[in-house]
Design a protein around this ligand. Structure first.
Ligand code: NDP
Ligand code: 2IT
Length: 444
């Protein structure tokens, strides 16, 4: 049995109740198999893979808070500090009722390789809570965030672990978390990224994941002799990643005709009016359904049918496992040629394999959505230097980073004789740097 297969079986046996974590580990181990077998003796000697799949630390804690009826509520908080071989733990916080240890371990594990690909000195981590911000008042969200940080502050710090946003955590939540950290520690330091501009945030961070996704798409098209202009595009989700992906896609001349949320999707053949979406989602925290009530050319459909619409490019930007094998078959049958993941692991393994086999150009989230965390690392640099760069400077750096990630991914895929397999390329390129850092640092 190969070393990677052996480790995968061990992970499944040890974590039988963590399907998402096992899924993420399997994808990585399968795609690095060739790179591992070329160095098997060296890696086995230091149990490199055994260490790679075990978080350095995982904390879980009680988060009690008062709701507006003065009832004490209790949620569960987590921080998974997965790997610090190349820098302080770095990765978002997710607040969503579905959050559990399996989901956060999958996200933390993926983050190791993504962060490595950025070329910046950041390790992998993730955290969050099963708290649901939907329908909560600002005061409830603040009290929750303060209670969450009252425990989390023991484990984080600008040179230790630097959380940021993810699903359900945006500028508002990061602000409340930052205020409480400062109050508890007396330290004014870059302990979180995605902060607002007046207290150390970076221009361009809000846009970075979505913009970065389109910069990656541009690289894919340039290297395959195609263009983005006029391409009919579907973008699932209508949160931070989706909104700024649509903004940059439209600036590049793409024709985005659909977006969604967890209730349903809108189809607007005249092209999505992003100012309406921003008003619904960013200002009023409403539902995507309202778009069709405000825009005559649009129709709203309940449910997860967005992938049944015809398109040339599909950008899943909502959540894990939202694009399944049947969806990929439908996309292909309807003319889809390119899929790039704005979300983390939005495509199931079966759907990914099918896309690659059928020649759909497929860019995995680790490479395609790395612009967000890369810009977080730029925010950390600015905080350390006590400087703020202009939007243009940050955006230029983001564009260079995305081009560099494309190159590393494509080079690794070529080196292993599978030039069209960007999943293999991204995982190997991310892994090689981690493996050499972990080997050099001894058994730890
Ligand atoms: P937001 O909370 O801003 O938006 C999430 C969007 O996805 C919403 O439209 C939400 O709909 C939808 N969604 C969430 N959960 C589900 C679900 N279970 N089923 C269907 N739809 C769902 O989060 P982000 O935009 O920040 O994150 C989106 C994805 O991108 C996630 O996978 C995240 O991990 C990933 N990502 C985020 C980065 C960032 O910088 N923010 C960086 C890299 C990756 P609803 O409002 O109905 O819940
Ligand atoms: O999945 C991700 O890369 C993020 N949610 C962003 C993490 C970060 O630290 O900016």
């Amino acid at each position: 049995m190969s070393y990677t297969q052996e480790i995968y079986e061990r992970v499944v046996a040890k974590n039988p109740h963590e399907p998402e974590f096992c899924q993420a580990v399997k994808e990585v181990l399968d795609s690095i198999e060739l790179a591992v077998s070329a160095n098997e003796e060296k890696y086995r000697r230091v149990s490199l893979l055994e260490r790679l799949v075990e978080p350095e630390r995982a904390v879980s804690f009680r988060v009690p808070w008062y709701d507006d009826q003065n009832v004490v509520r209790v949620n569960r908080g987590y921080r998974i500090q997965f790997n610090s071989a190349i820098g302080p733990y770095k990765g978002g916080l997710r607040f969503h009722p579905s959050v559990n240890q399996s989901i956060l371990k999958f996200l933390g594990f993926e983050q190791i390789f993504k962060n490595s690909l950025t070329g910046l000195p950041i390790g992998g981590g993730k955290g969050g809570s099963d708290f649901d911000p939907k329908g909560k008042s600002d005061r409830e969200v603040m009290l929750f965030c303060q209670s969450f940080m009252t425990e989390l502050f023991k484990y984080v710090g600008a040179d230790r672990d630097v959380p940021a946003g993810d699903i359900g955590v945006g500028g508002r939540e990061v602000g409340y978390l930052y205020g409480q950290y400062k109050r508890l520690t007396g330290m004014y330091e870059g302990v979180l990224t995605g902060k607002a501009i007046p207290f150390g945030g970076s221009l361009g961070r809000t846009e970075a994941t979505g913009y970065g996704l389109i910069y990656m798409l541009e690289q894919m098209m340039q290297h395959s002799g195609g263009t983005l202009v006029g391409k009919t595009t579907l973008v699932s989700g209508s949160g931070n990643v989706a909104i700024y992906a649509v903004e940059k896609a439209q600036a590049k001349g793409m024709n985005v005709v659909a977006m969604s949320d967890s209730n349903g999707y809108i189809y607007d053949p005249k092209g999505i009016k992003l100012d309406v979406v921003k008003d619904i989602k960013e200002v009023r925290r409403g539902r995507i359904k309202e778009y069709a009530e405000r825009v005559d050319s649009a129709i709203y459909t309940e449910g997860k049918g967005i992938w049944t619409l015809p398109c040339e490019i599909a950008l899943p930007c909502a959540t894990q496992n939202e694009l399944e094998l049947e969806d990929m078959k439908t996309l292909l049958a309807n003319g889809c040629q390119v899929v790039a993941e704005g979300a983390n692991m939005p495509t199931t393994r079966e759907a990914t394999d099918y896309a690659i086999e059928k020649g759909i150009m497929f860019m995995p989230g680790k490479a395609a959505n790395a612009g967000g965390v890369a810009t977080s690392a730029l925010e950390m640099s600015q905080n350390s230097m006590r400087l703020s760069w202009t939007f243009e400077e940050v955006d230029q750096r983001l564009q260079r980073i995305m081009a560099d990630i494309y190159q590393k991914t494509s080079d690794a895929a070529n080196r292993y004789g599978q030039p069209h397999n960007f999943v293999l390329g991204a995982n190997i390129a991310g892994f090689e740097k981690i493996a050499s850092a972990m080997t050099a640092q001894g058994v730890c």
